[in-house]
Design a protein around this ligand. Structure first.
Ligand code: GDD
Length: 390
């Protein structure tokens, strides 16, 4: 891959936001590396990307998506990555989880990938959380809550179980396997470029095409990300005193983290998850609040944003869904202890009801979990954890 080096970096305490990097060529080949533009681009070989892939898990949260889409997504993930599918799909009257399991089994018969599958509402999984006292992911009945963030968190735990160093997330409802392949390559390229072991790579989609008046239109920004990014930028500038547009990926569903960073972050439930990753990094390492972890402050946190070449084509789930995502993303900014009055006032315009306090649940960070004990119970009691390997 040949991609632009970041042209600009904004520092907020120990957090470094790098400006969006453009991919020039998806495959840099093996012989003719660019010489003229050497100082402006990074040329990353397939071999370097392969090395990261071996250390990376790709987590796919899925809830009642079309099987053909999931199969396409699986086909786009590089063979050397571990694949973890965390399903929240219905079990009755039609058992969609069973359908997913059958499809993955058949797919894997031909490719022999390393794939793990688990159902989010697996009673054994919930029991393991309960027994070790990790209640922040459970509902009132003591079962793992539904929600994309909850699925991502379970994916993180399985990534840790298998000792991977990096984790990337890819939605299951993507129509273009080639785009999924590009996300994984972007994650690997980002980790190669990051200086800190505490790093995050967020995908910025070049376009999100849709049909407008019978024609294909290629808008640049998703409706939610545009507004959440705008408010994250306002928050940064209200501390630095300099206007900025550095954040373009407030709601990047497709993103990846080094496990060293991922284990330190708490996660906001549902669709607030990606915005909260940024907010929490600012809270923990931004220097406004007392620093939670001096080792991280010493190394810094790198947040890279890399723009795809492939457009993002996914299932469209309607205006209400978009509104819900926007509300939760802004809620998590509004209720942060570092949110300033100016930003709050700007956010209030988007709320349907005035927010007294947040109703968004948060999942504690992995470091607060008794991991060995949790894993032992989970492996013993889980009824759905399946490892596919021929
Ligand atoms: N296991 C599980 N459990 N998976 C879920 C759940 C759940 O409760 N809810 C959603 N998912 C899965 C979906 O099946 C899909 O694969 C992925 O999570 C994303 O959910 P969507 O509902 O399709 O989200 P979206 O496409 O509208 O929004 C995406 O892009 C936004 C940025 O524009 C998501 O990635 C958002 O998180 C992101 O902010």
């Amino acid at each position: 891959m040949i991609l632009e080096l970041p042209r600009r970096t904004e520092h907020f305490g120990a957090v470094r936001f790098h400006d969006v990097q453009r991919v020039y060529e998806l495959d840099s080949g093996t012989r003719k590396f660019p010489t003229r533009s050497r100082d402006a681009v990074a040329t990353i070989s397939s071999q370097e990307i392969d090395k990261i892939n071996e250390k990376m898990a790709i987590v796919i949260p899925i809830k009642d998506e079309k099987l053909k889409l999931l199969e396409g997504v699986l086909s786009g993930i590089p063979h050397d990555c571990l694949v973890i599918v965390v399903s929240g799909s219905q079990r009755s009257p039609v058992d969609r989880f069973m359908m997913e399991k059958q499809m993955i089994k058949q797919f894997n018969h031909f490719v022999d990938d390393e794939i793990l599958l688990i159902h989010q509402q697996d009673l054994g999984l919930s029991e393991a959380f309960k027994t070790v006292g990790f209640n922040s992911i459970l509902d009132k009945e003591g079962i793992v809550r539904s929600g994309k963030a909850e699925a991502m968190f379970i994916g993180l735990l399985l990534t840790k179980m298998l000792g991977k160093e990096y984790v990337g997330f890819v939605d299951a409802d993507n129509y273009v396997p080639g785009a999924v392949h590009e996300y994984a390559e972007i994650y690997a390229a980002g980790f190669i470029l990051a200086e800190s072991p505490y790093s995050m790579v967020r995908v910025s989609w070049v376009y999100k095409p849709k049909i407008v008046q019978d024609k294909l239109f290629f808008p640049k920004f998703g409706r939610v990300s545009e507004i959440s990014s705008q408010h994250l930028n306002r928050l940064i500038e209200s501390y630095t005193g300099f206007g900025t547009d550095i954040i373009k990926t407030g709601n990047a569903g497709e993103h990846a983290m080094s496990m060293r960073l991922a284990e330190l972050l708490p996660y906001a439930s549902g669709y607030a998850v990606e915005t909260y990753e940024i907010i929490n990094a600012l809270e923990q390492f931004g220097g406004v609040l007392p620093c939670a972890n001096p080792q991280v402050t010493a190394k810094g946190v790198d947040i890279l944003q890399i723009e795809t070449r492939n457009p993002h084509l996914h299932e469209v789930k309607g205006d209400e869904h978009i509104q819900d995502m926007l509300q939760t993303s802004l809620d998590i900014i509004y209720n942060s202890p570092i949110c300033t009055e100016t930003v709050k006032n700007s956010i209030l315009k988007y709320f349907e009801v005035t927010k007294e306090s947040s109703s968004i649940n948060k999942i504690d960070p992995i470091i607060k979990l008794d991991f060995p004990r949790f894993m032992q119970i989970m492996k013993e009691k889980s009824q759905t954890l399946t490892e596919f390997r021929e």
